[in-house]
Design a protein around this ligand. Structure first.
Ligand code: DWN
Length: 437
């Protein structure tokens, strides 16, 4: 029933250490295998989005290790951080990036073209953040609803499941997505009679520990002919473009397509089409439905691609780990040499990946003067671990850096366009460290 139903799995209480804020992974979250083998260890680092105040620079650190399942080839972290800690006070805002907003507009147009009904289509967006995607659906006449757990996103009306007040703003159920949340929404009649035509989930599935519970929730809310559209970062891009900075505690899983196909089929949501997009460094978009839509050739093509490129061979993972360790050293050497040469370096984009990268390379405010980020919720705070000040755009003029380290390299074009008036050189850390004008 509605109310404060915690979606959290049990986090063992240890009286000597207080309530545990994480738990160990003992089996694969997709196939339950215990054949988990570590292939990457990035040490103990703080939570990437746990920004700190100048008055309290302490950041708790946690192990960051990636394990490969010997049965289904899912890559996954060795621990799960309590999601209440990660997402209740969440600084990330999707809409800061024009690139991502355009990506969302294109997705909404594609789904509108796929809709075959004869009235207004409805869409539920899971982890709707600041409604970056839902606004695009709303502009196209969709009936929209979000589900978002963060308590510090105050751009939209929230639905308190104890007293539903759906108004013409974008209504958002302020809860973690789970089967229980989906059932509570049914109890409160927050579901069109015929179920939702679309459910979207961008960059959330990799953050979820109990993916079976997540998909059961989708089944409760999706129409029998509805389409579930999921976007996830793709492990092949992570490896081929050396995007090791995207490995941090929010990302519990690093997906190949094959384990996802098996997971969705087991849960009665077979994937009938898969596409690749460059957004966020490289993502897969999956189209799934309980309805037996014709299976697009892209599905088998993706499986064949992963097999023929060695992603079911442990050697591939060992080679990636060697490349990561070299990349960390290269960045440290460059930033230290610039520091010793009296050069002033600023970061651009206090992204979770960028904060992680600086911690892997043990870089702090000695080497990086400050980081510009245009997310108001991040400004005035310090990066966890490295304790680098996060400042607003005006600081580029005030500081006049010699170098700009693009920590949001996935938006390189957008960042370059906005700073072309500066005289600084650019440091692009990923896929391979390079300095350019
Ligand atoms: O999966 C996730 C992705 C989708 O978003 C989450 N776990 C957390 C987050 O990861 P991230 O922080 O690495 O994402 P971004 O979108 O690469 O972060 C970009 C950062 O740069 C944001 O803090 C916004 C900032 N930014 C800016 O200040 N000016 C970005 C652009 C494009 C700009 O023009």
């Amino acid at each position: 029933m509605a109310g404060e139903v915690s979606p959290l799995p049990h986090y063992p209480f240890n009286p000597k250490r207080g309530m545990m804020d994480f738990k160990e992974v003992t089996c694969c979250r997709i196939c339950s295998s215990n054949r988990l083998e570590k292939y990457l260890d990035l040490g103990k680092v703080p939570l990437a989005n746990a920004l700190v105040l100048p008055t309290n620079k302490y950041s708790k650190v946690y192990p960051l290790e990636v394990l490969l399942c010997g049965d289904c080839a899912l890559s996954q972290l060795s621990i799960v951080i309590n999601p209440e800690i990660l997402y209740t006070d969440y600084p990330y805002r999707s809409s800061v990036s024009e690139t991502f907003k355009t990506h969302c507009k294109n997705l909404a147009l594609i789904l509108k073209s796929m809709y075959q009904g004869n009235n207004f289509p409805t869409v539920l967006d899971i982890a709707s953040n600041d409604n970056c995607l839902l606004k695009e659906f709303g502009n196209l006449g969709f009936g929209v609803l979000g589900v978002e757990p963060a308590k510090n996103l105050d751009m939209f009306e929230r639905i308190d499941l104890d007293k539903v007040t759906v108004d013409d703003l974008i209504p958002v159920v302020n809860r973690f997505w789970s089967e229980q949340t989906a059932l509570d929404m049914l109890t409160m009649n927050i579901r069109p009679n015929r179920g939702r035509d679309f459910i979207t989930a961008q960059n959330i599935l990799a953050h979820v520990n109990d993916v079976y519970d997540f998909l059961k929730g989708v089944k409760h809310q999706l129409d029998k002919k509805g389409i579930f559209v999921v976007e996830v970062p793709y492990l092949v891009d992570l490896f081929t473009k050396n995007q090791f900075d995207t490995i941090y505690h929010e990302h519990l899983s690093y997906f190949l397509f094959k384990p996802l196909k098996e997971l969705f089929e087991f849960n009665g949501l077979p994937i009938f089409k898969v596409e690749h997009y460059d957004i966020h460094g490289g993502s897969l978009r999956l189209y799934a439905s309980p309805c037996p839509y014709e299976i697009d050739p892209s599905v088998q093509r993706q499986i064949d691609f992963e097999k023929s490129n060695g992603y079911f061979n442990f050697e591939t993972y060992k080679q990636f780990a060697e490349r990561v360790n070299q990349s960390r050293k290269d960045l440290t050497i460059l930033l230290k040499s610039l520091y010793n040469g009296g050069q002033k370096v600023m970061g651009y984009g206090a992204s979770a990946k960028g904060i992680s990268l600086l911690n892997y390379a043990s870089m702090d405010s000695r080497y990086i003067h400050s980081i510009v980020d245009e997310t108001p919720a991040k400004q005035g705070k310090l990066t966890p671990g490295s304790n680098i000040p996060i400042v607003d755009f005006s600081h580029f003029e005030k500081v006049s850096p010699d170098y700009l380290l693009l920590l949001a390299w996935n938006f390189e074009e957008e960042l370059r366009r906005k700073t072309s008036h500066l005289k600084a050189k650019y440091i692009i850390p990923i896929p391979d460290l390079k300095v350019s004008n």
